[in-house]
Design a protein around this ligand. Structure first.
Ligand code: FES
Length: 680
């Protein structure tokens, strides 16, 4: 009888007895240990590297003798000389077990590596890409058993990898014969496994062992900007990122104006589809170039987008989304070929996955936020707001999750603001106003110094101060309220009322000058009364959406608030609370989640099980429709005050005291009038 030996794997801690002469790779498979292999144990891919440890392991009651593994063999030596192998490492498919042994599997040899992104507060996840590489040896054709090359490949895949592959599409079939012969009957195949039915599709085939990794692109298709991340599907590493403005802006800044464009123009929808696909194609080709990759190695795309972008991407007319009951053509997730949405300069058989939409106004981007922030697993009641031209709002905990969207408009992104601009070099992004002197100081993108620092000018170099971006305008308006330059109703006071010459007459209202530009009125940057009104409308829409969800949930408060979105990450929680953008919670309970929708796209790209998970979770989310809910209007009107017309903000008042003075239009405050009455 064959002798058996104890083997323990780390970091999993999995252990068991295996017969002498078993390879470490075979032992790992038998014990369910995550050890990678592309070549199936032929000693050519090096994915199975392990680190055996020898010595006394009292805790495990085991001694691992240096002879517990078969000696270093010729295959390992050839590999070491050709590619190099770290000291102490063995190839798991070559080293055979000859005694009790402890084996560590380094992170790069694990198939389902854990991916943790430090730069964003993201949910950690494991790698489980939908498309993977497999090295396979195929039988040569034989006159006596006349089967086709594909059939022999299929048999080999079943035998060597236990995979049942579907017949390839014609474009791949025509490549198969020359590639098999060029590889001398050894090929690497890329196989896509559908997450919902385990269907296995051949994506591509290369002669011999493919040295390159496979890649995917996660795309966050927003109505204003498009962001794309190129990801190595074997390591989870983001190797390049790129962004572009959505070219559909020329058809309408916000979503509804794009729907109207589609309604009013016979080819409007087709035209918007064409331009966005063109830009997506450029973005993808740019990433391939930046990463210096072979285009055929890009095999997966994942899209997240709002419902209107979703329809326009797919070439579906969004007209139904412009009117109640806001019916989507389909709300389910979509799996298609990337070429069907016009992405050409990558693998021609690359697969594209679009996350499911939650409702006619709450799209795949909101689903991606849920995937990233997991409100459905939260112990406490969390409100997540993804701030953009359209805000997605999610409220929930492990018991129930609700979602809605709210039409905030582009003011939070610096649009519709007199000195507004994109968050780019030269934009004012942070503002403070002294309540004592009413003097502002600010920070500009491109410099780390505040404007009152003596080296501020020098630090700017040749960067001009050109405008104010979304986070800047939010801080400016909140600081104006804090410093008593603007009252609770949002009215900017006169120089007399506010006590500062920076309050300047602007028609029948007043503006507050943040940057004087040496007295040049053309370059001066001020917050006008109309700017304040635009911010009030946007923040009221956001707050009203959140309150609607709270009503539906039957709660008056939430435990914490998460600000999401590329822009949400830059909003200061203190200023968001002063403005009343979000319900009142203690300041430390407001956090930023970075670009949660983009992060959800990355998770779905790297882990196919997460696609199954989000599809199930989305089915459980209760959708609340703001557009037809009469209480939305009530909440919207009440939220116009800063921070609010009616709702008390007890947590905010504990730490910040806001001036109570009320101004009157025309430049007289109530106090002025009282003073005058007393004098008379
Ligand atoms: Fe490929 Fe070991 S499994 S080298």
């Amino acid at each position: 009888m064959t002798e058996e030996h104890q083997v323990i794997f780390f970091p999993s801690g999995k252990r068991g007895l295996v017969p002498e002469n078993t390879t470490i790779l075979q032992a790992a498979r038998r014990l369910g240990v995550d050890l990678d292999s592309v070549c199936g144990g032929l000693g050519i891919c090096s994915k199975c590297q392990v680190e055996p440890t020898f010595g006394e392991f009292a805790k495990h009651g085991m001694t691992a003798d240096p002879n517990a593994l078969s000696p270093w063999n010729a295959v390992e030596e050839r590999y070491r000389q050709k590619r190099g192998l770290l000291e102490g490492r063995r190839l798991g498919c070559q080293a055979r077990i000859a005694g009790d042994v402890v084996v560590s599997v380094p992170p790069e040899s694990q198939i389902n590596k854990q991916v943790i992104r430090k730069e964003i507060s993201a949910r950690p996840f494991t790698l489980e890409a939908a498309t993977k590489l497999f090295f396979v040896r195929v039988d040569e054709p034989d006159m006596k058993s006349p089967t086709g090359d594909f059939e022999r490949l299929r048999v080999a895949m079943k035998k060597q990898w236990d995979l049942d592959i579907l017949p390839p599409e014609l474009s791949l079939l025509s490549r198969l014969q020359p590639v098999l012969r060029r590889g001398n009957w050894e090929v690497t195949v890329a196989v896509h496994t559908a997450h919902d039915n385990e269907r296995q599709t051949l994506i591509d085939v290369w002669p011999g062992l493919l040295e390159e990794s496979l890649y995917g692109i996660a795309i966050d298709l927003g109505s204003t900007t498009i962001a794309a991340h190129l990801v190595n599907l074997e390591t989870g590493e983001v190797v390049a990122s790129a962004g572009q403005m959505n070219p559909q802006i020329r058809f309408g800044e916000d979503l509804m104006s794009r729907v109207s464009y589609a309604m009013m123009n016979p080819d409007g929808s087709t035209e918007m589809t064409r331009v966005v696909r063109e830009t997506l194609g450029e973005l993808c080709s740019g990433l391939v170039k930046e990463g210096s990759l072979v285009p055929e190695t890009i095999v997966e795309l994942v899209f997240v987008c709002n419902p209107i972008m979703h329809h326009l991407l797919l070439g579906l007319d969004p007209v139904e989304l412009g009117q109640a009951p806001f019916a989507l053509a389909t709300s389910d997730s979509i799996g298609i070929k990337a070429s069907e949405v016009g992405i050409m300069d990558i693998n021609p058989r690359a697969q594209a996955y679009i996350l499911p939409c939650i409702a006619g106004h709450v799209g795949a981007d909101a689903a991606a936020v849920v995937l990233s922030e997991v409100p459905n697993q939260s112990e406490d009641l969390v409100l997540i707001v993804d701030v953009g031209t359209n805000a997605e709002i999610i409220l929930g905990n492990y018991e129930r999750v609700l979602a809605c969207s709210s039409p905030t408009g582009p003011a939070f992104e610096g649009a519709q603001i007199s000195s507004g601009q994109r968050a780019a070099k030269g934009a004012i992004e942070r503002v403070e106003i002294s309540p004592a002197t009413k003097e502002p100081r600010f920070q500009v993108i491109g410099s780390d110094l505040w404007s009152d620092h003596r080296d501020f000018r020098k630090s700017l170099g040749d960067t001009q101060i050109t405008g104010i971006c979304g986070s800047g305008i939010i801080e400016a308006v909140a600081e104006m309220r804090l410093a008593g330059i603007m009252d609770q109703s949002g009215l900017i006071g006169s120089p007399k009322q506010t006590g500062t010459r920076r309050s300047i007459a602007d028609g029948r209202t007043y503006s507050y000058v943040i940057y004087e530009a040496g007295g040049d009125p053309l370059r001066q940057i001020a917050v006008t009364q109309a700017d304040v009104r635009a911010i009030q409308l946007a923040k009221s829409a956001l707050y009203a959406g959140a309150r609607l969800l709270m009503d539906e949930m039957g709660v008056a408060t939430v435990a914490r608030v998460v600000l999401a979105g590329a822009f949400g990450a830059h909003i200061s929680p203190k200023h968001a609370l002063i403005l009343g953008m979000i319900p009142d919670v203690p300041l430390p309970k407001v956090t930023s989640a970075g670009n949660a929708a983009g992060n959800g796209a990355l998770i779905a790209l790297c882990n196919r099980s997460m696609r199954t998970e989000i599809e199930a979770v989305v089915g459980e989310i209760t959708k609340v429709e703001t557009a037809i809910e009469p209480r939305f209007q009530e909440h919207f009107v009440a939220a116009n005050g800063i921070p609010h017309g009616i709702d008390p903000f007890p947590n905010l008042s504990k730490t910040i005291s806001l001036p109570t003075e009320r101004f009157r239009a025309g430049g007289n405050s109530a106090a002025d009038k009282r003073r005058r009455r007393r004098k008379n």
